[in-house]
Design a binder for this molecule. Structure first.
Ligand code: ZN
Length: 367
C-alpha cells in the first residue's frame, strides 16, 4: 500500500496504520464540530478516537505475544478504521494454544478497564457514550466503557471474532479440528444472521447488518480453508513438487539462462555443482540483471544460498505455513542430499486446485 502511513515497531512487530484511518479522524472531527461542541470538544473526540485505537493495538499485541510463546511470529499488526488485524504466521492448531492466543486479546482490554476504573469513580458511564463529549473526566469513563464493549463484542462466538476461536478451541477438545471448525462456523453464521436482523429490523442500524455480512463470509471462509488444509494433511512435499526443471551450473552464462527463462515456464533456477546444490538463481535477480540493474556474467554471480531445504517426505501443510510466511517462491527439495524437486507456489496451487486427484481415497468415513 503506497499510501500507508509511517509504521513503527512494537516488541519487534511492525505496526501499520492504514491511510483510511485518517479519513476516520477527519470524519470524527467534522461530525463533532457540526454537533457544536467547540474546538475543545472536537479535540477531545479525536483524542478519544486515538486512545481507542491504542487500545486496539494493545489488544492485537496481546494476541501476538501469546502466539510468540508458542513459537508463532506475527508478520504485522494493521490498524484499519474498523479495528485491528494481527497477521500471525499461522494459527495455533492445538486447542489449548488457540484458546490462550484468542483470549489474550480481550484479556488486555479487561486489564485496561481495571486500570481505568479507579480514575472514573468505578463507573463506566455507558450512557455518556451517546452524549456529545466535553473535555473532562468523561473521556476516561468513555474509554473504559468502550473497552468493556470491545471485550463483549470480541467474545461473541462468531468467526473471525475471538469468541469464535475460543468456541472452536473448546469444541476441538472433543471433536476433530474440521468438525469443530464447521460447528463454530455454523454458530458464527447464525450470529451473523442475528446481527443483520437486529441491525435492520430492530435497531434500524445498517452498520450492524454490514458487520453481520462480514462475519457470515468470514465464517464460511474459515471453514473452507480448514477443510482444504485438513484434506492436505496426508500429502507430502514430494506429492506437490515439480520434478521436471532445469538446473544450471555456477559457470552457466546468465545470457543462456535468460533465454531459457523467456522461453519456458521456469522462474527460479537451482545452481548445482557436481551434484550438490550451491544455491538458487531467483527470478527477481535474473530480471534485474536482464534490465541492466545488476552486474554479473554467470549464474554463480547471482545465485543466492538457500538455507531452506525441504525433505520430500515432509508434510506439505507445514511447508504451506512457510510459504505464507516468506516471499520465497521456490524451495529446493532434497532426498539423501540430492536435489530431487522444486516446490514452487504454482505447484502448490495446482495441487490445491486439483485436490483429490490421483490419490487413493482415505477411509476416514467422510462423504
Ligand atoms: Zn482479538
Amino acid at each position: 500500500m503506497k499510501l500507508a502511513l509511517p509504521s513503527f515497531q512494537l516488541a519487534g512487530i511492525p505496526v501499520r496504520i492504514h491511510w483510511t484511518f485518517l479519513l476516520l479522524v477527519g470524519w470524527v472531527a467534522l461530525s463533532t464540530s457540526a454537533a457544536g461542541v467547540g474546538t475543545v470538544g472536537v479535540l477531545a473526540n479525536v483524542a478519544l478516537l486515538v486512545a481507542v485505537f491504542v487500545c486496539v493495538v494493545l489488544h492485537e499485541l496481546g494476541h501476538a505475544l501469546a502466539a510468540r510463546r508458542y513459537g508463532i511470529e506475527t508478520r504485522d499488526i494493521t490498524l484499519l478504521p474498523i479495528g485491528g488485524v494481527a497477521r500471525l504466521e499461522r494459527l495455533p492448531r492445538r486447542p489449548v494454544e488457540e484458546l490462550v492466543v484468542a483470549l489474550a486479546g480481550p484479556a488486555v482490554n479487561v486489564v485496561i478497564v481495571l486500570a481505568l476504573l479507579p480514575l472514573t469513580g468505578w463507573t463506566t458511564a455507558f450512557a455518556s457514550l451517546l452524549e456529545p463529549l466535553a473535555f473532562d473526566v468523561s473521556l476516561v469513563r468513555r474509554l473504559a466503557a468502550i473497552n468493556v464493549i470491545m471485550v463483549a463484542f470480541n467474545m461473541l462466538p462468531a468467526f473471525p471474532l475471538d469468541g469464535g476461536r475460543v468456541l472452536r478451541a473448546l469444541l476441538a477438545t472433543r471433536l476433530s479440528y474440521t468438525r469443530a471448525t464447521d460447528a463454530a462456523a455454523v454458530v458464527g453464521k447464525l450470529a451473523a444472521v442475528g446481527f443483520a436482523v437486529l441491525g435492520l429490523l430492530v435497531l434500524g442500524n445498517p452498520l450492524l447488518a454490514l458487520v453481520g455480512l462480514f462475519v457470515y463470509f468470514a465464517a464460511s471462509q474459515e471453514a473452507r480453508q480448514v477443510r482444504v488444509r485438513e484434506r492436505l494433511r496426508d500429502l507430502d512435499v514430494g506429492d506437490a513438487m515439480a520434478t521436471r526443471f532445469e538446473v544450471v551450473s555456477p559457470d552457466t552464462p546468465l545470457e543462456t539462462i535468460a533465454h531459457a527463462y523467456v522461453a519456458g515456464g521456469q522462474a527460479d533456477f537451482p545452481v548445482v555443482l557436481e551434484g550438490s546444490l550451491q544455491g538458487v538463481l531467483r527470478e527477481a535477480d535474473l530480471v534485474d540483471w536482464m534490465c541492466g540493474r545488476t552486474p554479473g556474467e554467470t549464474a554463480g554471480d547471482l545465485a543466492r544460498s538457500t538455507d531452506t531445504l525441504l525433505h520430500d517426505r515432509r508434510p506439505l501443510v507445514e511447508v504451506l505455513d512457510r510459504f505464507a510466511a516468506t516471499k520465497t517462491a521456490t524451495l529446493p527439495v532434497v532426498r539423501n542430499g540430492l536435489l530431487v524437486g522444486l516446490l514452487t507456489r504454482s505447484a502448490v496451487e495446482r495441487v490445491l486446485a486439483a485436490d483429490g486427484w490421483g490419490r487413493t481415497p482415505s477411509n476416514t468415513g467422510s462423504v
